[in-house]
Design a protein around this ligand. Structure first.
Ligand SMILES: N[C@@H](CCC(=O)N[C@@H](CS)C(=O)NCC(=O)O)C(=O)O
Length: 212
């Protein structure tokens, strides 16, 4: 099994965490977002990472990959069992993958990516707007969703990592969830960060970053 991408991407990190929880044996092939090679584009029609390859089969989308992994390897389940909970977990996954990523990525790109990876000037005003205006309504919602202890649905699920992985990116830009404003969510982010699979993937991410 192969995971193409870099775990610095919130979506690649999400899939890697699920693969770790399921105890799967996989290699990471570093591919940067926007790779234009014909071989990559054949596997990723939208040109996005992650791409997952399992023998002759491949998939390019983190949610599709996590769903495939859950169905193929249900042993260490990463979805809740009840119908309504599964529906809600999918919604929270989408919440993390869409608006939360969009806002958190601005902080990551402007304060970390542009100065450190892309050789560009950071737009600090844009980062401040993301932090002060774009993110707060999404964090208000998450504050109402996360439990005061444990994970969203008991066992760790794809939804748990999905609603936190964008914050790990914002943290590269020095962002921290304000625990006085969002105490439950700030504690939840910390809890997810302490999960052994998350620790392992983030260590791999650091190694790949140091080696670039
Ligand atoms: N819906 C996709 C989104 C993946 C995504 O947007 N990946 C970014 C990197 S974080 C990317 O490859 N962007 C390159 C591009 O859009 O050209 C998923 O869940 O996998």
């Amino acid at each position: 099994m192969k995971l193409m991408g870099v775990p610095l991407s919130p979506f690649v990190r999400k899939v890697a965490v699920i693969m770790e929880i399921k105890g799967l044996d996989y290699d990471v092939e570093p591919v940067m977002p926007g790779d234009t090679s014909e071989a990559f584009r054949a596997l990723s029609p939208l040109g996005k990472i992650p791409v997952f390859v399992d023998g002759d089969f491949s998939l390019a989308d983190s949610s599709a990959i996590c769903e495939y992994l859950e169905e193929k390897y249900p042993g260490h389940s990463t979805m809740p069992q009840g119908l309504e909970e599964r529906g809600h977990a999918r919604f929270l996954e989408e919440f993390g993958d869409s608006k939360l990523v969009e806002s958190a990525s601005i902080i990551f790109i402007e304060k970390f990516g542009n100065p450190n990876l892309f050789g560009k000037e950071p737009d600090l005003e844009r980062a401040a707007q993301a932090e002060n205006e774009l993110l707060p309504p999404f964090l208000d919602y998450l504050e109402s969703q996360v439990p005061s202890e444990g994970y969203l649905f008991g066992n760790f699920t794809t939804a748990d990592i999905s609603i936190v992985t964008p914050i790990f990116n914002a943290a590269y830009g020095g962002y921290e969830v304000d625990a006085s404003r969002w105490p439950r969510y700030a504690a939840f982010v910390q809890r997810v960060a302490e999960h052994p699979a998350v620790i392992k993937v983030r260590a791999m991410e650091q190694q790949m970053l140091a080696a670039r």
